[in-house]
Design a protein around this ligand. Structure first.
Ligand code: FES
Length: 130
């Protein structure tokens, strides 16, 4: 199963050696980046609940783009309204692990997504990794 790593989320407990590691999880084909993030409480927002209507799940794919489903028109339309859109931008709720995925995936959570996450989880604001 491919592994997804959220490069700029260090909110997990330190490992046995006391080192902070970015959050990561192995997930089966068909899982979206947002679903993976939710499983490990990575700081990816999802104001619309994952139905491609808000752009708060905006992430940047750093490696493993070929392991993800291609972008569709609706995702492109929503990303047009997002902040700081780059060539590597995807919506976490729309980018899914392909059955043919052979590379692990690393992503950076956008500022807008992190802000949305903290708006949705105010109790975690100011906690570890913030
Ligand atoms: S959660 Fe709203 S577009 Fe992805």
């Amino acid at each position: 199963m491919p592994k997804i790593t959220f490069l700029n989320d260090f909110s997990a407990e330190p490992n046995a050696a006391g080192e902070k590691q970015p959050k990561s999880i192995e997930v089966p084909a068909g899982t979206s980046i947002l679903e993976a993030a939710k499983k490990i409480h990575a700081q990816v927002g999802y104001a619309c609940g994952g139905v491609c209507a808000c752009s708060t799940c905006h992430i940047y794919v750093k490696t493993g783009i070929r392991s993800l489903s291609p972008q569709k028109d609706k995702e492109e339309d929503i990303l047009d309204k997002a902040f700081d859109v780059r060539a590597t931008s995807r919506l976490g709720c729309q980018a899914r692990i392909l059955a043919t995925a052979s590379e692990d995936i690393t992503v950076e959570i956008s500022r807008e997504s992190r802000k949305a996450y903290y708006d949705e989880h105010p109790d975690e604001r100011g906690g570890a990794g913030h």
